[in-house]
Design a binder for this molecule. Structure first.
Ligand SMILES: *Cc1c(COP(=O)(O)O)cnc(C)c1O
Length: 387
């Protein structure tokens, strides 16, 4: 057996494996563990979407290889959804690509544009796939710190000139995982100017655009005049329609970028099961009240957590989107010790911020993917802690 390749050995140690181990230990002691670490909706997929899959699965037409880029009808549904939601007009043939979940496309994009030694700008803290994708392509990931005092937006002026010169890609993600921060159109405008100046492809992960609260409407990067010249947006049905298990997403925007990613995919996968794409069409073109139901549920849970933390006297910003709460660790503990104490002494799992990158230190993340009553119980338990 040969040794693992450098690209795998270079990956940072998987912090979440350590948390999983501790979780098992505490459970084995008979503790009723409340797990607020999971970024996966607990709410089921709506029935009309499941029915569309069932019907399509019975049709032998759908049992054969799908097309690489996805059914035109699905890409048209994506384009129509973008027009309605963001007033952004997309050409379904050249500006929309079907993905096996957005993670897949996010991870593959650097293979299309990054040569060994090139730089990929990534948010820190951030979704770990951005760095992994950069490394797998032989690139170098340059972390852009997201600081609370800057609304968890990166300071583009702080990117060193030689790094900006070598950069090919920039990943952004708003509404943001893990910080739950949101971006303004003005910020997106600055990103576009930066990308134009340095010849960078912007990859905006817009995964949480539909998990929005208090009347807030997250913008699309592609709404910015000219953004299509420099960027693409990644999206999926996972969080919007509670479909994480279905593996269906899309990449939209710049033609050359969409084509580049498409070429990579042609060589590694054979597209998405057509029955799943029919289910996706049902999701995007069907009744959207389900999304409102999800939003209300998460917003209500958010309020339970925010009020709970405030009652203890712990600092917390009120998120306008996502199903996460991101808050500073109270007292002097680092985020890992804090998470360990919560697990050992209260049976509550939270994710230490440092797991998302060095700039996540000093924070922790709560996922709102458990029932309200369990969240309330978790807050009660935290109240009893003496840190
Ligand atoms: C959940 C998540 C994804 C993964 O989405 P899939 O479409 O299920 O692959 C991508 N980016 C972020 C920031 C996420 O939180």
């Amino acid at each position: 057996m040969p040794e693992l390749a450098d690209r795998l050995r270079r990956l940072p140690p998987y912090l979440f494996a350590e948390i999983d181990r501790k979780k098992r230990e505490v459970r084995a002691r008979g503790v009723d563990v409340i797990d607020l670490g999971i970024g996966d909706p607990d709410l089921p997929t709506p029935p009309h979407i499941i029915q569309a899959l069932q019907k399509a699965a019975e049709d032998p037409e759908n049992h054969r290889y799908p097309s690489y880029e996805g059914m035109l009808a699905y890409r048209q549904a994506v384009a129509d959804w973008y027009a309605k939601r963001f007033n952004v007009r997309l050409d379904p043939e050249q500006e929309v690509l079907t993905l096996i979940g957005s993670k897949e496309g996010t991870a593959h994009m650097p293979l299309a544009f990054v040569n060994p030694g090139d730089v990929v700008l990534i948010p820190d803290p951030g979704y770990p796939v951005y760095a992994a994708g950069a490394w797998f392509a032989g690139g170098e990931a340059h972390r852009m710190p997201l600081r609370r005092e800057n609304g968890f937006l990166p300071d583009l002026g702080a990117v060193p000139a030689d790094v900006a010169r070598r950069a090919k890609l920039m990943y952004l993600n708003y509404p943001n995982n893990p910080t739950a921060a949101v971006a303004t159109r003005q910020f997106f405008g600055e990103v576009m100017a930066f990308a134009q100046r340095h010849g960078i492809l912007v990859c905006h992960d817009a995964m949480y655009s539909e998990l929005k609260f208090d009347g807030y409407e997250p913008p699309s990067f592609l709404e910015i005049e000219g953004a299509r010249e420099v960027g693409v947006e990644f999206h999926s049905l996972s969080k919007t329609y509670s479909m994480t298990g279905w593996r269906l997403g899309f990449c939209v925007g710049n033609r050359a970028a969409v084509a580049g990613l498409g070429s990579v995919k042609t060589n590694v996968d054979s597209g998405v099961f057509q029955a799943v794409q029919y289910a996706g069409i049902a999701a995007l073109t069907g009744p959207q009240e389900v999304c409102e139901h999800y939003r209300k549920t998460y917003q209500d849970r958010r309020d339970v957590v925010v009020r709970g933390l405030q009652a203890i006297g712990w600092e917390v910003d009120i998120p306008k989107g996502t199903f996460f709460v991101w808050a500073p660790v109270p007292g002097r503990l680092d985020s890992r010790s804090f998470a360990t104490r919560l697990l050992e002494e209260a049976g509550v799992v939270v994710t230490p911020g440092v797991g998302f990158g060095p700039s996540g230190e000093g924070f922790y993340r709560i996922a709102l993917t458990v029932e309200r009553a369990r969240l309330a119980e978790a807050m009660e338990r935290l109240k009893g802690l003496r840190l």
